[in-house]
Design a protein around this ligand. Structure first.
Ligand SMILES: [Zn+2]
Length: 429
């Protein structure tokens, strides 16, 4: 965004992420329009959320696609539908060694520093941090949080030692992108979700103070929340505990903005956010009560809707969907291994290929579609197919041709899933 000043010099404004934003994945670059349609429907309900098309380096590598394809697909959809509101392209989970090919075609950068968490920071840096932040020691009152945080000097030292190196990494990745693209042209997110232990709200406060010290103007932060955020299925954990923690995290973010001068629109980002039906009412209530914004990131749920659409379409589409299921069963170990910590599949509950071959398109669609109360829904088959998208990539031109031939039915699945099962429950209710 730029304004012409009286002198004719362009006045640069910092690219600002909207209060509500929602990350969507489009692995095969065929559903951007169907996705954008869901945001149009939400806008018609009176809620503006900015679509953010995200695709990680890992996904590009598995599928063999280039980052530019995400921008091209998004731009085409924005043009066709005449979308005049905000939208972004997210270089998802990038690091210093993977970010370069994303820089030209992204404006949102999810800087993933989880690998550096727990690597011991320099003792001098820890001591300097603790000396700079006496306000973090003792009773720390955070407006809106459930109770004041009680912390000791050794708590701060321990957390700083665990996270300072990750914070320094985030700063160097940010500076690298800013030096190439200009700091005013980028939205920075820092992600610390892909790690073992969740961050407590007091830890989040310390991390944000450290990011402010390093001058990282992050607009979203993705902590690891309590409970399991399995891929493509609902939250597994204690929703009441999530609610307390989420509310405290919102309060911590507001406190950090005021106290440490972080960007005023800084907000939480919820990763693996698709299908977390039991959390959406909690998130919606928290946003309504606090006035906070949120970013919810989803990705693979779109590929499942493509598969469901092909099953519904019948004919060659259904045939390919059944073949992909059979291949997935054959390679279940190999397909599930990289996702072991984020899926829970009971192999005994996976129907045989023979059984699925006898199903109608509607039955296969019902097994995969995430309607937990549906008698034919099978969360095990759904999770297996969620991690099997590279089999569709292998089917290549045949898969893409069937998507195109069955565009209407596939697009309906994509739009409905995003609008009815995601955007509406999070933002409207
Ligand atoms: Zn993540």
């Amino acid at each position: 965004m730029s304004l012409e000043a009286a002198t004719g010099e362009p006045l640069r404004l910092v690219l600002t992420l909207e209060k509500f934003s929602f990350g969507v994945g489009d692995r095969f670059a065929h559903q951007a329009r169907a996705q954008l349609r869901a945001f149009e429907m939400l806008a018609a309900d009176g809620i503006d959320a900015a679509p953010v098309w995200n695709k990680s380096n890992r996904e590009h590598t598995l599928i063999g696609s280039q980052p530019q394809s995400v921008l091209d697909a998004a731009q085409a959809a924005v043009k066709v539908l005449g979308w005049s509101k905000g939208w972004h392209v997210d270089a998802d989970h990038i690091r210093l060694d993977t970010v370069d090919r994303f820089i030209a075609c992204s404006d949102f950068f999810t800087i993933d520093v989880a690998d550096s968490i727990g690597k011991q920071a320099r003792a001098g840096d820890v001591a300097a941090f603790v000396a700079r932040h006496p306000e973090l020691i003792g009773t720390v009152s955070i407006a809106g949080a459930g109770a004041p945080f009680q912390t000791t000097r050794s708590d701060i030292e321990r957390v700083a030692a665990k996270y300072l190196l990750a914070v320094q990494d985030a700063a160097s990745v940010y500076r690298h992108i800013a030096s190439r693209k200009g700091g005013a042209n980028i939205i920075a997110e820092v992600s610390i979700d892909e790690t073992d232990a969740p961050q407590t709200p007091p830890e989040l406060l310390i991390i944000l103070a450290a990011l402010a010290d390093e001058n990282v103007p992050l607009q979203t932060i993705a902590p690891k929340f309590t409970g399991r955020f399995n891929k493509a299925v609902d939250y597994v954990g204690d929703p009441a505990r999530f609610e307390r923690e989420f509310n405290d995290d919102i309060s911590v973010v507001a406190h950090a903005v005021a106290r440490y001068g972080l960007p005023a629109n800084l907000k939480l980002s919820i990763h693996s956010g698709s299908d977390k039906f039991s959390l959406y009412p909690i998130i919606r209530r928290a946003l309504a009560r606090t006035g906070a914004g949120v970013h919810v990131k989803t990705a693979g749920t779109t590929w499942l809707e493509e598969l469901i659409g092909l099953a519904e379409a019948g004919g060659d589409g259904l045939q390919l969907a059944k073949e992909l299921y059979a291949h997935a069963l054959d390679q279940v170990d190999e397909l599930c291994a990289p996702y072991a910590t984020v899926i829970d599949i009971d192999r005994a509950r996976l129907p045989s290929a023979r059984t699925v071959n006898g199903w109608s398109g509607a039955q296969l669609a019902n097994a995969l579609r995430h309607i937990p109360t549906h008698p034919q829904f099978n969360p095990h088959a759904r999770q297996l197919m969620h991690v099997s998208f590279k089999l569709a990539a292998k089917a290549g031109a045949r898969y893409l041709r069937l998507l195109e031939e069955n565009e209407a039915v596939v697009a309906t699945q994509v739009t409905e899933n995003l609008y009815r099962r995601h955007l509406r429950p999070v933002f409207v209710g």
